[in-house]
Write a new protein. Structure first.
Length: 328
């Protein structure tokens, strides 16, 4: 269905997200429709343990009318297992930005299937929750873009009523929480968290944007490259990159994928690169201090696990060592 620039209702779903290793649970949540006199909206999936990755969806619920208004507010109550703490917040969302993104996507040329049919847009508004009361909202369609980032407040909530289980006292609550944590967090990771504490600033630091672009050693560029960022965003970029790419700044990448033929000839192979978080953040922090544009340079090789990657800024270069390269 082709929609006009005045269209304000769309076919979209809601989903939820939480960072890996930090189990969370949404107790209640609603994305409130803009202009609704009674606060109507689409619920955020609740009542399930979430820990699958920041910006990654957990649930998919198809409900309500096919075409729905867009939200301008989020009401959310959630629980952080590692803190044994409830949070609650009510946040205004950037309605005009959300509307523009939907209308822009509807007006853009559609991707085609192998048989030449249009690939429909698939809109999901994702609500992410993390320790410390962190709340993020993203729009996922062809890529994922952050819409909102904020902090909820600590609140006291009746544990038994929130989880709909017969918890009689503090000891039973502690046992339930610890059993849940042990089911989804590895002993090694849990020991590290207990030793070093929860890194409450992690999800804020994920949002820092740097002046950088990806490039390739022998200048045989792939036609496009897919990049997932630690802040939950992700997109596919075409080569050559537009000049506005680096100028707008981008967060630190967590994963990169591309198809590549060695020396620009022969069979293309699909590379999936996953970075080591500590190593790549350290490299970006060190080189960005010089306030020069940076390049994340790939030298694809075969076998693919021999691929070389470095971050440089024209004056200094940091070769990365701890990433993994696999096939998709």
């Amino acid at each position: 269905m082709t929609m006009s620039a005045e269209q304000t209702r769309f076919d979209w779903e809601a989903s939820e997200s939480a960072p890996e290793h930090y189990p969370m649970e949404i107790i209640s949540g609603d994305l409130r429709y803009q202009g609704s006199p009674h606060g109507a909206g689409l619920y955020v999936p609740e009542g399930v343990l979430i820990y699958h990755g920041w910006g990654l969806t957990r649930s998919s619920h198809v409900t309500g009318d096919a075409l729905k208004p867009l939200p301008d507010r989020l009401d959310i109550t959630f629980y952080s297992y590692l803190e044994d703490q409830f949070y609650r917040g009510s946040f205004d969302l950037p309605y005009e930005k959300i509307l523009h993104l939907f209308q822009e996507a509807e007006a853009a040329p559609k991707r085609k299937t192998m048989s030449g049919e249009d690939v429909p847009n698939n809109y999901v508004i994702i609500v992410g929750v993390a320790p410390g009361g962190t709340v993020a909202v993203w729009l996922r369609n062809q890529g994922t873009e952050e819409l909102f980032f904020g902090k909820a407040e600590k609140v006291e909530v009746d544990f038994a009523k929130a989880f709909r289980i017969p918890i009689a006292n503090r000891e039973e609550r502690k046992g339930y929480v610890e059993e849940t944590i042990n089911d989804v967090v590895s002993p090694e990771m849990l020991a590290a968290i207990r030793r070093n504490g929860i890194p409450f600033d992690k999800w804020t630091n994920y949002r820092i944007r740097y002046n950088w672009a990806s490039t390739f050693f022998d200048r045989h560029m792939p036609s496009k490259i897919g990049i997932s960022f630690y802040n939950g965003e992700g997109e596919s970029f075409k080569f050559p990159l537009e000049k506005s790419y680096a100028a707008t700044g981008h967060p630190v990448p967590s994963d990169v994928d591309f198809s590549y033929a060695i020396n620009g000839q022969g069979t293309e192979r699909y590379y999936v690169v996953r970075f080591d978080e500590d190593e790549i953040f350290d490299a970006f922090t060190r080189l960005s201090a010089m306030q020069l544009p940076m390049q994340l340079e790939f030298e694809p090789r075969f076998p693919i696990d021999q691929t070389l990657i470095r971050l440089h800024n024209g004056k200094e270069s940091i070769p990365l060592k701890k990433y993994t390269v696999t096939r998709k």
